[in-house]
Write a protein that binds this ligand. Structure first.
Ligand code: NDP
Length: 322
């Protein structure tokens, strides 16, 4: 099969479009013939070597496709089912072998492209707004990179839960998209001190929670944007990983909470996976969650897709048509 294989971690040039062995199914696994793979920032971290994996590796952790064969003992899906998943690595490829319990059947009202687009960023937005800091009516959140794939989902889900959303984005065009997603206020954080502006917008109080996927360049000011006993949710490193933090900082800034969550721990059981994926896919089917696909690339163009994502010029989801 054709796949994007990384033999050595490094720059985008390390991604080679080549022939790879067809993966064989084991007990409890399903082989899926993929139609679309999602492109996510986590794929860049693995390709760079910031997150570690055995080499060679096929990057990509999100896809939609059709179950083509099953290993022994599979009960969750059948051959011919249209399925989607997020988590297991190897989706920049024509086929992937996935533990069957991690596959979710795609409802009729959701296209393959949208199912592939929804799983990783959609379920991330779900756990952030429903579990990490379950937003309530009347609370205020600060969402960075709000026109991005994860960002647009977080804004929509935060509004759905009745929260006020202050969003940050890099450009005026992105500000428009953040507003369309439902943001109440939008700050151009490259031009304006977003901590000072957040204080101004909250009458000096600060926000209940910051959802920060940008990392190194925003961390300190995100902390400065919180109200006493607020929660700092650092869930990404788009600008680089956050430096070490002294616990005393959290005391000095108002008895703050700090967490560094990841999706895998929030879809660790079939029950939790079906809850989050069920919500996300049904909201897409009934129009309550709108996903914006920035661009669909050919599998062989994965390098260009990752370069675009890292260069801050994309908005919404990037897909590979397999
Ligand atoms: P996005 O579509 O959000 O793209 C990244 C965006 O980050 C850019 O468009 C840009 O928006 C902003 N950004 C700010 N500074 C930089 C920089 N120096 N380099 C690149 N981008 C920058 O990507 P994703 O939705 O795929 O992912 C967003 C983040 O969420 C990533 O950090 C990712 O790791 C994280 N994530 C974490 C998960 C978890 O469970 N922990 C799961 C899913 C995603 P702007 O121009 O507006 O600043």
């Amino acid at each position: 099969m054709k796949a994007i294989v990384v033999h050595e971690c490094g720059g985008p040039e390390q991604m080679r479009f080549e022939e790879a062995p067809m993966p064989s199914v084991g007990t409890g696994q399903a082989r899926v013939k993929l139609s679309y793979s999602g492109v996510n920032f986590i794929d860049i971290y693995f390709r760079m070597g910031l997150y570690k994996a055995d080499l060679p590796m096929i990057v990509g952790q999100e896809a939609c496709g059709v179950v083509e064969s099953l290993g022994e003992g599979v009960t969750e899906v059948a051959v011919g089912d249209r399925v989607a998943y997020a988590g297991p690595r190897g989706s920049y490829a024509e086929y992937a072998v996935v533990p069957a319990w991690q596959l979710v059947k795609v409802p009729a009202g959701v296209t393959d492209a949208l199912a592939a687009a929804a799983m990783l960023q959609g379920m991330t937005a779900h756990y952030l707004t429903h579990s990490t800091f379950p937003l309530q009516q009347g609370q205020t959140c600060l969402v960075h990179a709000a026109a991005g794939g994860a960002g647009q989902c977080i804004v929509q889900m935060a509004k759905r839960r009745g929260a006020r959303v202050i969003a940050t984005v890099g450009t005026e065009a992105k500000a428009e998209l953040a507003r369309e997603a439902g943001a109440d206020e939008v700050i151009l954080y490259d031009q304006v001190d977003f901590a000072a502006e957040t204080r101004r917008l909250t009458e000096g109080k600060g926000v209940d929670v910051v959802y920060d996927s940008v990392g190194a360049s925003t961390f300190v000011k995100s902390i400065d944007s919180l109200k006493p006993r607020g929660m700092m949710v650092s869930f990404g490193n788009a600008s680089g990983p956050v430096a070490a933090v002294e616990p005393l900082l959290l005391s000095a800034k108002g008895s703050l909470f700090l967490t560094r969550p990841t999706l895998a721990h929030h879809v660790a059981t079939r029950e939790e996976l079906l809850w989050r994926a069920g919500d996300v896919l049904s909201w897409i089917a009934n129009g309550d969650l709108r996903l914006r696909v920035h661009k669909t690339y050919a599998l062989s163009e994965a390098r260009e897709a990752q370069e675009d994502l890292a260069s801050r010029k994309t908005t919404g989801k990037l897909l590979l048509a397999v």
